[in-house]
Each structure stands twice: as structure tokens, then as C-alpha cells.
Design a protein. Structure first.
Length: 284
């Protein structure tokens, strides 16, 4: 039986994160000693799904994990996330990431996609067709062909977080309702000659300086970010994207969704870890 049309479906990665606290991000050829090392659930897809769920939306996650993925899927389920459309491949390993975080909260991340790189396009299209979500949220730690399959499915609102940046995404701009990029990714879009006017809405996040919402035919609208003392910026962008998707699915307008999401992302930077740092609506 098909579920009623509602909520958020997140298509993306699930990674096992190992986060090291370091006195400084190592330079090429440099070795630094960590003061702490913590394992946790991560991956842009999983983080965004958790953010959407904690923001109050009915949330489903569509992805792929390896034989070691069961404990991490259980963590998603503990947040009320539907994981029935996650493939677990016994012959594969789950994606992983190594994260170094300095005393100012800045980070450096290396990701091994592993099973994420094998997410099947037909799985994505079938899941969206079954779930019939109000909002579908994509990020680019899975194959672009799988993103394309999801963008081709009938959904009221399609949001793409173009991170990590893949220039191939410019071929699909006319199928995207909201594109979310940071300042570096925004520059990459322009350098690649992307026709930004093909988008309904572009959101450019600027860290502590907030974000700009640029709608087709309209003037940019700036949304300020709350001032905080960050200790770890890992997952802040994912928190923002998940909150925007959730609030849009619940009927908020875009600017109100972005304002709340900016507050959630700022609060996330005051806590260590990726998924562990994501606040609930009650926290805000």
C-alpha cells in the first residue's frame, strides 16, 4: 500500500565518521596529534535526513550501505526515519569519512564513498514513486545518474545541495526547484558557465555571514545567521538543507524556512560531531 503524499525523501550518502580534534589542520606532509577521536554517523544524506526529521517532517532515507551498515541504519530509525528504501549489500562496506577539526571549529574531510557509489538509479525512482513525498532533497555523494533518476520523478519540490561539487549537475538545472551551494560552489557554477537563470531559486550559504536567497526574476534576499562561538562546523550545511526541506514540506514559505534553518545550522556548530550536533525543533 502506498503512503500518503507528504514529508521529505532524502537521497544521499551514509558514512561512518571518525572525527579527530587537532590543534591545527595538517599542512601537506605534516603530521599532527589528535586529542580525541570519536566515531559517529555521518554522510551528507544521513545528516540531512536526521535534520529533516528533527525539524518535524516525516522523513524517508534512500541510500545504500554495506554489510556493516545495520547499526547506523538503526540510529536513523531511532530518529523516526523510514529506512525501508535503503539497500544493504553484504559484499560491500559502508562509506566512511575522516574528519579533522581545529580549535576554531574549521574542518578538513576525506570521504570514501564505498557502497554510496553504487546507489542504483531505478531504486531512487521507484522509491520516490512509492513514497510520493512533498519534497525530495539530494546531495552529491552518490552517483549523478541516480540524482538524475530522482529529478525525473514527479515531485512538487526538488532541492539539490550541490556538494561535493560535480560540474555535471549543471545539465539538470532546469529540473531543480531549489539549488543550495556555498560560496566556493557558487563560484564553480559561474566558472563553468552555468545558466543560473534556469533555476527557480538559488540559495548561496555564506557561513557566519548568513545566506542569500535568489529567486528567478527577483532581487537577492539576505538572511542573517545568529552569532555563535563555533566548536565544530561539520554538518552545519547539512543541518541547513534538512531544515529547509522539512519546513517547506510542512507549508512554511521559503524565507521563513531559511531563517529557521540558519538558526539550526548555527546551533549545530556549537556542538561536536556531524549528526550528533543537529538540533531538534525544540532546541531552537
Amino acid at each position: 500500500m502506498s503512503e500518503a503524499a507528504n514529508g521529505v525523501a532524502v537521497i544521499g550518502s551514509l558514512n561512518i565518521d571518525r572525527t579527530f580534534s587537532v590543534p591545527a589542520i595538517p599542512a601537506p606532509g605534516e603530521t599532527v596529534l589528535s586529542t580525541t577521536a570519536i566515531d559517529g554517523l555521518g554522510g551528507k544524506g544521513a545528516n540531512q535526513a536526521i535534520a529533516a526529521a528533527r525539524a518535524g517532517a516525516a522523513t524517508s532515507f534512500i541510500g545504500r550501505v554495506g554489510s556493516d551498515g545495520a547499526p547506523w541504519l538503526e540510529m536513523l530509525s531511532n530518529d523516526g526515519i523510514n529506512t525501508s528504501w535503503v539497500t544493504q549489500a553484504d559484499s560491500e562496506v559502508t562509506g566512511s569519512a575522516v574528519i579533522a577539526v581545529d580549535p576554531h571549529g574549521e574542518n578538513s574531510i576525506i570521504v570514501d564513498l564505498a557502497s554510496n557509489a553504487r546507489l542504483v538509479p531505478t531504486q531512487v525512482a521507484e522509491a520516490i514513486g512509492f513514497l510520493r513525498p512533498t519534497v525530495v532533497l539530494f546531495s552529491l555523494e552518490v552517483p549523478l545518474r541516480s540524482i538524475a533518476a530522482g529529478l525525473g520523478a514527479a515531485t512538487p519540490i526538488k532541492i539539490v545541495n550541490a556538494a561535493p561539487f560535480d560540474e555535471g549537475i549543471v545539465e539538470y538545472l532546469d529540473e531543480i526547484d531549489v539549488l543550495v551551494v556555498n560560496e566556493t560552489e557558487h563560484a564553480m557554477l559561474h566558472d563553468g558557465g552555468a545558466k543560473i537563470d534556469a533555476l527557480d531559486t538559488l540559495i548561496v550559504t555564506r557561513g557566519a555571514d548568513g545566506l542569500d536567497v535568489i529567486s528567478a526574476g527577483g532581487k537577492p534576499h539576505h538572511v542573517a545567521a545568529p552569532r555563535v562561538d563555533p566548536i565544530d562546523t561539520t554538518g552545519a550545511g547539512d543541518t541547513f538543507c534538512g531544515y529547509v526541506a522539512a519546513r517547506l514540506s510542512l507549508g512554511d514559505d521559503l524565507l521563513a524556512s531559511c531563517a529557521l534553518a540558519a538558526s539550526a545550522a548555527a546551533l549545530a556548530t556549537t556542538r561536536p560531531g556531524a549528526s550528533a550536533s543537529i538540533p531538534s525543533a525544540a532546541d531552537l
